[in-house]
Write a protein that binds this ligand. Structure first.
Ligand code: GLP
Length: 241
């Protein structure tokens, strides 16, 4: 694991955006794995700036998002589909048909998850996967006590995650209790991984993911076994290392 500690959130975001840009320059039809949440927002803003300056071109890029809430449709303002459109896709030249998101309204969830996995494989696998981390060490929506072997699947969200994500909803009752997430196996099959974290509330999860034993209770700890992980964090998130 390479750990890069940046002074603040903006610097973290810029560094991550540069890594994505370099990836796309080296391989214009890169398959990117993308994340939602507050953490990557700054990185997406930077990517849009770089795109506007013509420093990166997304014309041939393909994307797969890590996760999506289950039971809310794409028009819902809290869907990750909506998030990705408003925070990145609508502002760059990615081709619509190259965007892949788990289907939060799938009737046959198993078939839909299998189809998602197959498509990733058909396109040659994920070249660079971006991850955030939950306060409980989750990646994607792979909650503690994770099955390290799982591929894309339906998950039950933990109380802590529902509570953390309730800030985006009118009431905690509106937060979906299930989600579709790439599994740990899907994430570990990515060729390169960058994990971003900022703020004191992530310091413990980062410390346990980096220095702790590999343990299903801290899903991110499995990343210690991946051979190309870069962790880009601000000083606060690094404060317990
Ligand atoms: C969410 C998402 C994760 C994200 C994490 C942290 O529940 N499913 O993909 O990395 O929690 O979110 P944030 O970046 O808002 O702290």
């Amino acid at each position: 694991m390479r750990i890069i500690v940046m002074d603040n959130y903006d610097e973290m975001s810029k560094r991550a955006a540069l890594m994505i840009t370099s990836q796309v320059m080296l391989k214009p039809d890169s398959v990117l794995g993308l994340a939602t949440g507050d953490t990557p927002l700054g990185m997406y803003k930077e990517l849009i700036k770089l795109y506007n300056k013509k420093e990166v071109d997304f014309k041939e890029v393909r994307t797969f998002n890590l996760d999506e809430y289950y039971g809310i449709n794409r028009e819902n303002l809290q869907s990750y589909y909506y998030f990705m459109n408003s925070n990145l896709f609508n502002s760059i030249n990615i081709a619509r048909e190259n965007i892949n998101m788990p289907d939060g309204m799938a009737k046959d969830v198993n078939a839909s998850c299998k189809g998602y996995e197959n498509k990733i494989k058909e396109l040659g696998g994920i070249d660079m996967q971006v991850l955030g981390i939950g306060g409980n060490g989750h990646i994607g929506f792979n909650e503690p006590n994770v099955n390290f072997e799982a591929e894309t699947h339906l998950v039950n969200l933990e109380e802590q995650t529902i509570e953390a994500n309730s800030r985006f909803f009118t009431s905690i009752k509106d937060v979906p209790v299930k989600a579709i997430s790439m599994g740990i196996k899907t994430i570990m099959n990515s060729k390169k991984i960058i994990l971003l974290a900022n703020g004191l509330n992530k310091a413990k999860a980062i410390e346990r993911a980096v220095n702790g034993k590999i343990n299903p209770n801290i899903p991110a700890s499995i990343l210690q076994l991946h051979n190309d992980v870069t962790i880009i964090i601000d000083k606060e998130a690094a404060s317990k290392l």
